[in-house]
Write a protein that binds this ligand. Structure first.
Ligand SMILES: O=C([O-])CC(=O)C(=O)O
Ligand SMILES: [Mg+2]
Length: 270
């Protein structure tokens, strides 16, 4: 089942979530992983983890990630910690076939993968450090699953959330998801209003100046609103004759998609 949190994450983008974590002073943005094929959508889900280890004569013999993939469900994102190794794959096309059948939303590998074309064929988004031809078979195994791992220097626990797109991969600790979603949604709304301002002809130096659209902070939830002044660049004269601000863009209602589809315009903004 896809949770409300995952649905909300999928309406965002990885940069907005990264900005929200920045605002809260939380780690989570991974800068070393790239999409292995050009997935167009935002990938988000609940994290299931695999810890990889070199195959030993007496250790586990099952193929890497197979015990986890066998118990995944819709909306899960498989996250494999192979300690950044890029000399051997730890994900491939057969694993992708099985994961896609179970409804897995994506795969993230701190290491290398292979069979990228097969992952694309089954529409399974795949993020990794590199693609290589060298098989995992006989080289690495699944040491543990659903345990805390490290991905590009970020600690990741099973049940955490992740969002990934063409910009990269961002993890969100489970206990912080409410705060992060709230902030990220407001960041997206602010940027949508800034986009409207640029499209309406305001100069980018002006629109992106710190003094213009208020920086989204956690504390400013109630008083913060995108103002007409900020969108148009013109001060609004209030009833008392003073110069004030008037909220014209409802931050909860404005999304990047709505701006791009033209369903929200500067004039039409409430
Ligand atoms: O052996 C590997 O690296 C995994 C692989 O090719 C597959 O799952 O198809
Ligand atoms: Mg293969």
């Amino acid at each position: 089942m896809i949770s409300d949190e995952v649905t909300r994450l999928r309406a965002l983008d990885a940069c907005a979530v990264s900005d929200a974590l920045d605002t809260l002073g939380l780690p989570g943005a991974v800068t070393v992983l790239r999409p292995m094929w050009a997935v167009g959508r935002v990938v988000a889900g609940a994290v299931r983890t695999v810890k990889a280890a070199p195959k030993a004569a007496t250790g586990p013999a099952t193929h890497i990630a197979t015990p986890l993939v066998a118990v995944t469900g819709p909306g899960d994102v498989v996250v494999i910690d192979n300690h950044g190794r890029t000399d051997v794959s730890c994900w491939g096309g057969l694993l992708a076939e099985a994961a896609a059948l179970r409804g897995v939303a994506g795969v993230i590998v701190d290491g290398a993968c292979r069979d990228v074309q097969d992952c694309e064929t089954v529409d399974l988004p795949l993020f990794a450090r590199a693609a290589v031809t060298v098989s995992a078979r006989g080289r690495i195994v699944q040491e543990a699953m659903d345990v805390p791992i490290q991905v590009g220097g970020v600690r990741v626990c099973p049940g955490d959330y992740v969002i990934a797109d063409r910009n990269g991969v961002v993890f969100v600790p489970r206990r912080e998801i409410g705060r992060v979603l709230g902030l990220a949604e407001r960041i997206v709304a602010r940027e949508a209003a800034m986009t409207l301002a640029v499209r309406s002809g305001r100069g980018v130096v002006d629109v992106m100046h710190d003094s213009q659209f208020p920086t989204v902070t956690e504390e400013a939830v109630t008083e913060e609103a995108v103002t007409e002044e900020a969108v148009t660049g013109e001060a609004v004269t209030g009833e008392a004759g003073g110069t004030g601000t008037k909220a014209t863009v409802n931050e909860a209602a404005v999304t990047k998609a709505a701006v791009n589809e033209g369903t929200v315009t500067e004039e039409a903004a409430p």
